[in-house]
Every structure is written in structure tokens, then in C-alpha cells.
Design a protein around this ligand. Structure first.
Ligand SMILES: [Fe+2]
Ligand SMILES: [Fe+2]
Length: 161
């Protein structure tokens, strides 16, 4: 997958991942390095196949690899990594040859991956990313479970995946 290989080699991608890894060195909660990004890409692709969603494989892998790219800015400047990530991802996607429509679709999913909007279509790319992101986390086996914001918000809002 040429465009995916090009994302992995993109200087902006590499720099952000490096800084995220450095910022998370003592983090007790979930990490956002390459393992998580690939888990999300692969889980998204499995769901895509199982549910016959029909999304392009490179679109799915690009979305998985870039969905948390905004974490670096979140750690440095306190901005939302969803919004920031969507903006950084757009430039990288354009650089490696995704068309305007693909860039918009992927970045919209990145900007909305915190939780599904009310009435979100369960076959949308937004929902696919949200679901794969949550399924990638082994919360049942996590030492930080009790203080994790995601587990708290999930209990409060009654969200199930
Ligand atoms: Fe995220
Ligand atoms: Fe994530």
C-alpha cells in the first residue's frame, strides 16, 4: 500500500509519533504509539470486512494511523487532539496522494472519534473509527481502570460498544 508506506515515512508523521512517545513515557493510561494506531487500523479493517461496509483499505489504514496524530499538540498546548489531529492529518493525506474527497472523509472521522454524534449512522466511517478505537483497548485488564476518564465517561453516559 504505497500511500500508507508514504504516511509512515512522512516527516510530520514521524516527528509527531516521536514526540507522543516521549510525552507518554510515564503515562499510566493507554498509549498512542504505533501499536495502538495499527491495532485501530486492523480492527477497522476487520469490521469493514465483517459488516461489508465497503471502505477502501488505504482509507481505513490512513485513518487508523493518523487518528491520534493530534496528541502531540494536545500534550504541548492543551488543545483537543481530535480537532488538531484532523487538521494535521489533512496535510499529510494530501502530501501522500489522497484525493480531496478521501481527505475530507478521513479527517471528519478523526475530528469526531471521541464519541458518536446523536443518531450517527452505524455504517459511517466516523462510527467505524470510534468503535475500533474503543475495541482496541483492553480495559478489562488495565491497572488504571478506576481512574480512567474514558471508563468514567462511558459509565456516566451508558455508552456500549
Ligand atoms: Fe483519540
Ligand atoms: Fe486512539
Amino acid at each position: 500500500m504505497k500511500r500508507i508506506d508514504d504516511i509512515l515515512e512522512h516527516p510530520e508523521f514521524k516527528e509527531n509519533i516521536k514526540r507522543i512517545n516521549e510525552a507518554e513515557i510515564d503515562r499510566i493510561y493507554c498509549l498512542h504509539g504505533i501499536e495502538h494506531l495499527l491495532d485501530v487500523a486492523r480492527i477497522s479493517y476487520i469490521i469493514n470486512m465483517e459488516e461489508n461496509l465497503g471502505y477502501n483499505k488505504e482509507v481505513i489504514y490512513a485513518m487508523g494511523l493518523l487518528h491520534d496524530i493530534g496528541r502531540n499538540l494536545e500534550y504541548q498546548q492543551g488543545v483537543s487532539h481530535h480537532q488538531a489531529g484532523g487538521e494535521i492529518a489533512f496535510e499529510i493525506l494530501k502530501d501522500v496522494g489522497f484525493c480531496e474527497e478521501e481527505c475530507k472523509m478521513i479527517c471528519q472521522a478523526i475530528k469526531n472519534h471521541k464519541e458518536p454524534m446523536d443518531g450517527e449512522d452505524k455504517k459511517s466511517l466516523n462510527y467505524l473509527l470510534f468503535k475500533a478505537d474503543k475495541l482496541s483497548r483492553n480495559c478489562f485488564n488495565c491497572k488504571a481502570y478506576d481512574s480512567c476518564y474514558w471508563e468514567v465517561s462511558k459509565k456516566n453516559k451508558g455508552i456500549t460498544v
